[in-house]
Write a protein that binds this ligand. Structure first.
Ligand code: 5GP
Ligand code: 5GP
Length: 242
């Protein structure tokens, strides 16, 4: 196993704005359950370290979990491999649909896939199974508890789209919003500072793509995100309609 269950420090609870996933030059596809709601959708619940750790360059386990390479020493351009989160902690632990049977309707509505893999129109179960294998197996939670925890987190505070709308931040074709305003609105409503990540639409315009909320190891307490993140944006961003 790549890492013990108890090794991580906090979770990132990551939600994606479907408008920003779909309007890039790669496009998107809707799942078999149809067009998702114009609400943020869950991407994943990701165990994370508070501090990246140096890791050995060799060995099959290390190779599978290298997530970042940093400059150790600028003058010598010495590079050292870093591991910033655990992943794939148990590759024989496949997601069993029957374990989350009672959650499937809820997951379809709140954790829909927008990927076009397999031609689109597919089941979101593949997305959940992938997230379980990569991140869930490092959470220390069982399959049902892991997905239930993510759904509970998403229900907090009425959802991110509502929080932003209450602050006057509504999806728009041409409006631009201050990133600090988006961060502030979410911090005020949830009591915890999130990280934000952007991507670019087909015209190269920067837009809000994902919101990272930080959650303590219990899987239910929101905490301030203290780790700096290169969110690929600053200043103002768009929030495109979906
Ligand atoms: P990307 O390179 O698109 O930012 O991330 C690719 C994948 O790496 C994500 O979907 C996620 O599985 C993982 N990942 C990226 N950043 C983080 C992070 O900060 N923490 C954790 N735990 N996983 C991450
Ligand atoms: P990550 O490694 O970035 O956590 O997960 C992304 C993987 O999940 C990609 O392989 C992607 O094809 C798949 N995936 C399926 N549905 C979605 C979706 O709606 N959003 C994102 N970001 N990835 C998805």
């Amino acid at each position: 196993t790549a890492a013990a269950d108890d090794e991580f420090d906090f979770f990132y609870f990551v939600q994606q704005w479907p408008g920003s996933f779909c309007d890039t030059d790669r496009g998107c596809c809707f799942p078999d359950t149809g067009k998702p709601a114009a609400e943020f959708g869950i991407h994943g619940l990701w165990p994370n370290y508070a501090k990246c750790r140096p890791t050995a360059d060799d060995g099959p386990e290390a190779a599978a979990s290298i997530d970042m390479v940093v400059d150790d020493d600028g003058s010598h351009h010495h590079r050292r491999r870093q591991k910033c989160w655990p992943e794939y902690c148990n590759n024989s632990n496949n997601l069993h649909p029957w374990e989350i049977k009672d959650l499937i309707k809820d997951l379809d509505a709140n954790w829909p896939t927008l990927s076009c893999k397999g031609g689109g129109g597919g089941s979101s179960m593949e997305f959940w199974a992938y997230e379980w294998k990569k991140h869930g197996t490092c959470s220390g939670l069982g399959q049902h508890d892991y997905f239930a925890a993510a759904l509970d987190l998403k229900r907090r505070d009425g959802g991110l789209a509502g929080i932003l709308a209450a602050a006057g931040i509504v999806p728009s074709e041409d409006e631009r919003y201050l990133l600090s305003g988006i961060r502030g609105a979410i911090a005020n409503a949830t009591g915890a500072i999130p990280n934000l990540e952007c991507n670019r639409d087909a015209f190269g315009e920067t837009q809000l793509y994902q919101v990272y909320q930080c959650v303590s190891r219990d899987g239910r307490t929101l905490v301030d995100c203290l780790l700096p993140m290169s969110g690929k944006c600053s200043g103002t961003v768009k929030l495109p309609p979906f």
